[in-house]
Design a protein around this ligand. Structure first.
Ligand code: IMP
Ligand code: MG
Length: 187
């Protein structure tokens, strides 16, 4: 997709290009390959936002890993997370005794992942690590969430593309961009 396409017109600016993203994802894949040498991690994709990152990342990890998928939604309004997560689609397989890596698109307040980590720990995972593409540390509300792997620290702006959405749109943008405020204004 060209940056002159219709979807790009709603961006204030491109923050990260697909080339920059892929370079970091490759680096992360190599790091996970080293860290999990001799292990068979279960890679858990948090739908839908992490789907694009997930499919790129798993192909950069040279291990006998397996995949699973989970879809969650936060109770509360669109702008305020309540801290209670509803599971829309649960994992297909048991994670008891497994080395689990949760793959998320972005950590914002951290409330969603804190809640999710607790649920997965209770199911008896042998180890649990979090890999996120983006992190907005300025917005964090929970201080004890440990993000183990992260590709980019970004400023406090609303971003879309490479899987991330606004109202379910823009997930198919190959790059990540800051959404133009005029788009929110129309809502
Ligand atoms: P939190 O860490 O519990 O606040 O929630 C993180 C979730 O909020 C992510 O999984 C995204 O679905 C969503 N989110 C937060 N910031 C953004 C953004 O800038 N663009 C798109 N989605 C976002
Ligand atoms: Mg999400």
């Amino acid at each position: 997709m060209e940056q002159t396409s219709e979807l790009y017109k709603d961006l204030e600016k491109v923050l990260l290009t697909k080339e920059e993203i892929l370079e970091k994802v490759r680096e992360l894949g190599r790091q996970i390959t080293r860290d999990y040498a001799g292990k068979k991690p279960v890679m858990v994709c948090i739908l839908k936002g992490a789907a694009v990152f997930f499919t790129d990342l798993i192909r950069e990890i040279d291990l006998p890993l397996t995949l699973d998928f989970m879809a969650i939604s936060s109770y509360g309004s669109a702008t305020k997370t309540s801290g209670v997560v509803r599971i829309l689609k649960d994992l297909d397989n048991d994670i008891l005794g497994k080395d689990v890596i949760v793959v998320e698109d972005i950590v914002d307040t951290g409330i969603t992942l804190t809640y999710l980590s607790r649920i997965l720990q209770q199911r008896g995972a042998k180890s649990l690590k979090i890999a996120t593409l983006l992190d907005k540390p300025a917005r964090r509300k929970v201080q004890d969430l440990k993000v183990d792997y992260m590709c980019f620290d970004i400023p406090d702006a609303f971003v879309v593309g490479y899987g991330l959405d606004y109202d379910q749109r823009y997930r198919n943008l190959p790059d990540i961009g800051i959404l133009s405020p005029k788009i929110y204004g129309n809502q």
